[in-house]
Design a protein around this ligand. Structure first.
Ligand code: PLP
Length: 225
């Protein structure tokens, strides 16, 4: 199947998951994760109408973003080191990987200096895995007031990469925990935190059933990396 055919299939599956969850299809946005693929391959998705893309490495963004249409929206979904923040903010529209208070403050300062108000997600390490970045639920509760004081970053919601599971339905408990955390932060602090970035090729339908508003799909669109 071509990239265009894969995209159509993923859109149909998103629509079905929305229908079965009683959600509006417009409430779920597809991020086509183009990491490792050359601009020519990514362009096939653009030609098929896809406008939102995700990359997890600054260097790949530097190679692709400037040579592709400036109508595209780029999401930075990889681990973010301080020394890359300025360049990431200059290229990407949305950052999904703010994983500590320190990084949030630093990113806020850089954004202020660049006169930008980037949308950011707080990455949650919902399974408390050593191998993954992100706030633990407890750490996030503890520093959330301080995060809300940052006025150059727009905190739109939470992002997670749940622990690996055998079948997609097993990811459901982790997605639910993220939703619960979002709900408790929102009600305790009187904010809305509307966006949830969760769900990848193997489990995006489950994530949609649980409330995802952004799904990040790579392999099922572009092929095996
Ligand atoms: C690679 C990646 C994805 C996409 O994963 P697929 O299984 O290829 O769909 C989603 N989110 C993040 C953070 C990634 O690094």
């Amino acid at each position: 199947m071509s990239v265009a055919e894969h995209l159509t299939e993923i859109q149909n599956r998103i629509a079905e998951a929305c229908a079965s969850a009683g959600r509006l299809v417009d409430d779920v946005k597809l991020i086509a994760v183009s990491k490792t693929w050359r601009a020519e391959h990514v362009q096939k998705a653009v030609d098929a109408g896809q406008r939102v893309f995700g990359e997890n490495k600054l260097q790949e963004g530097q190679e692709k973003i400037p040579v592709m249409s400036d109508e595209l929206e780029w999401h930075y979904i990889g681990g973010l080191q301080r020394n890359k923040v300025r360049k990431v903010l200059s290229l990407f529209h949305v950052v999904h990987s703010i994983d500590s208070l320190k990084l949030a403050k630093y990113t806020n300062n850089v954004a202020a200096d660049m006169d930008l108000k980037p949308r950011v997600f707080l990455q949650v390490n919902i399974g408390n895995e050593e191998s993954k970045g992100g706030f633990s639920a407890e750490a996030l509760e503890a520093c959330f007031s301080e995060l809300l004081e940052l006025d150059s970053v727009q905190i739109v919601g939470l992002m997670c990469i749940p622990p690996a599971v055998e079948v997609s339905d097993d990811a459901r408990v982790w997605f639910r925990k993220v939703v619960e955390l979002r709900n408790s932060l929102a009600s305790n602090h009187g904010v809305s935190l509307p966006e949830l970035s969760m769900g990848m090729s193997g489990d995006f339908e489950t994530a949609i059933e649980e409330g995802a508003t952004y799904v990040r799909v790579g392999t099922s669109i572009f092929g095996k990396r």
